[in-house]
Design a protein around this ligand. Sequence first.
Ligand SMILES: [Zn+2]
Length: 60
Amino acid sequence: MSRKKHRAPTAPKPGPTGAPDVTPDWTKPCEVCGAKPVLRDLGMCGPCTFGESGTAGGNW
Ligand SMILES: [Zn+2]
């Protein structure tokens, strides 16, 4: 008599093409604030890209 909701995980799929490479890149500083790492294809750090301070330090 138990009803469980089945929730399918909705993980974002990396597209084969056109998707930016968001691998943390520690070799260059953020174009905006100079923090590292940056999203490889965007040149900006997590907080500057996402607007979330929790993404600092490659935590995205
Ligand atoms: Zn930044």
